[in-house]
Structures are given as structure tokens and as C-alpha cells.
Write a protein that binds this ligand. Sequence first.
Ligand SMILES: *Cc1c(COP(=O)(O)O)cnc(C)c1O
Length: 368
Amino acid sequence: MQTQTASHFSIEPREDRASAERVAEVLAAPAFGSVFTDHMARIDWDAEAGWHDGRVSAYGPLSVDPAAAIFHYGQEIFEGMKAYRHEDGSIWTFRPERNAERFARSARRLALPEVPEDVFLEALRALVELDQHWVPSAEGGETSLYLRPFMIATEVGLGVRPSRSAAFLVIASPAGAYFASGLRPVSIWLSQDYTRAAPGGTGAAKCGGNYAASLMPMAEGQRHGCDQVVFLDAVEQTWVEELGGMNLFFVYEDGSIVTPELTGTILEGVTRDSVITLARERGHQVTERRYSIEEWRADAASGALAEVFACGTAAVITPVGRLVWPDGEVRTGPADDAGEVAAGLRRSLLDIQYGRAEDMHGWMHRLV
Ligand SMILES: *Cc1c(COP(=O)(O)O)cnc(C)c1O
């Protein structure tokens, strides 16, 4: 059946693709986000023509006017997804409608045009189909093809207003485990001087600007021997929100689980939502509520708090072993491994994503 030809994207394969040897070399030891596949998807938008001129063509530098809005006023949003190869060779992605929906919400907040869901999904499918030999084999364990959809404002001119043109692109990069250290618990620095998101700001949008603002506190954390930073709410400096790019879960001795509720300043993770569902199915009582930094410190110190973990598409589920602040620290969970609950949820999620467990929720979406 030729249903795929009614497409928003023309396919323009490049002549000079990477050799089979080069692809094999990259797939043997994929890093995170450092090598990209042969092609990229792109579709342009302007206020008059709408979305037009979609194509999948050679990956390469963009030609963008130096006065384009993206360089001056930061109108940029992105998504992070993965393509997983199953044992039978088919290639799938996880809950992509969620990412399409979130991308549209991010677009509205940044005054960018919304990409219709069918265009968003078609861009992923067309790119992955053309570059399918870049998707690591099922045996790789946790290897996948990381997909990075993003949008930039391209209107030329320094006038401050929503850009009247934009480009939506998707690039792809073979990925191994996100943290080179594997499941080693990470140390988290408590950011005291900086916040990530304020009420009414852009915390719930996935935009580059949020990340730009998190880099300095992250470097500060690294100077204190930490891997990641946790941000508190901007108003009371009391409530735990999330890491720079991952949501947080707190597992208690009695099996109950708490995760910070969505307040508009937390990014609504697809992994977060999936973990809540899986944890409830495994019999955990999961509560979404405000969770204070004092509760974290006190319950870790008393031993009531059994595990802490962070989650997101790139790193899946990562145990948090230590919370560190300028004059102290507390530990949670095993020193050099994931706790039982985090490890179990991680396995369940990966089994669904890699097609090793039945997809009871209709979460998987076939690309190729
Ligand atoms: C992307 C992101 C997450 C994780 O979202 P997933 O959909 O699970 O990948 C969490 N927090 C922030 C700030 C993010 O940008």
C-alpha cells in the first residue's frame, strides 16, 4: 500500500552517505548527541503560506540570516524522543503524540506557530525511514536513535515581535546510555541562588532559554562534585521542582511514592507520566503534591525515604544517591546501584520500549 506518498515531505537522499563501516563504527560505541545521521527533516512556515516546502535532505549547516529573530530574542523550542529497534527489525517510538502535543504547547508559549500532529509525526517517520540503518540493533541493550525535533524563528529584523517565519527541523543521533557511568547514582546540588522557572514564565515549555539559564548553576554544582542540579520554586524557595532536564520521584520505605505536582513551573515529562502509571500498576500509591526540601532532608536523614530517582527520555530512570548543599549533604538508597523500585520501574519501561513486554497502554508507535 502506498499510503506514505501523500506526504508533507519530499525525500532527497544524499549521494555521499556515510559508509557502512563508518556507521558500524559509530553504532558500536554511541556517545550521546555527538554524531548525526546522513539526513535531517525540515519544513518552513510563514504567516502567508503556512507550513510548506517540507523535505528530508542532507544533514548539514543551516544558512540563517544573522538578523534572524532566533539569534536575538531566543524564540526556540525543542523535543527529545527516541527510536527503538525491536528484535524483529521493526523501529518504534514511544508516545509521540504526547511530544507533538507538548511541542504545540511550547510553541504557543514562545509565540511560534504550532506544528500539526500529522506533520510532526511524518517528519519523524520520513527521517527514520531514510536513515534506518543508523538505528542500533536490538542487542545493544539500551541503544537507540535519539530524535531531536526543534523550531527556530527565522524572520529577519530586530523589531521585537513574534517572528512571522519559522523552520521546524528534526535531526537524529545514535545514542548509548545518557550517563556514561550507567546506573551509578548521581549527586545532586541544591541550587540556592538561582531558580529555573517562575510562575507565569516558561518553565512548562521545552525551550532552549530554560536550559541556557540552568547551565551556570549546573557548573556551580559540578564544582562541588555534583552531576546535576535541583531547583526549588522561585517564590518560596521551599518546594522541590525538578532537575535542569529531568523530573523527580521520592520512594518511601512503605512503598508509597511522591512526585512534585505540575504547577506550571515544572516540565510535564512523558517519562514522568509513564512512571506514575507503571508504579500504580505495580501497587505503589503515587501522590502528586508539593514536596519541600525540608521533607527531603529530614526523611533521608531518618531513613524513611528509601530511594530518590530522576527520569526523562534521554536517561530513562537515574537513581539519585546524594543531595548536597553548601554546608551539608544527605544520602539516599544504595551507594553504587539503583534502589529496587527505581530498577524495577526502569526495567518495565525499557521492556515496553524495546518490545520485550506487551504494550498494554498503546504507548508504542511504529515508524518503520
Ligand atoms: C524534557 C524535560 C524533562 C523530561 O521530559 P520527558 O518527556 O520525560 O523526556 C523534564 N524536565 C525538563 C526541564 C525537560 O526539559
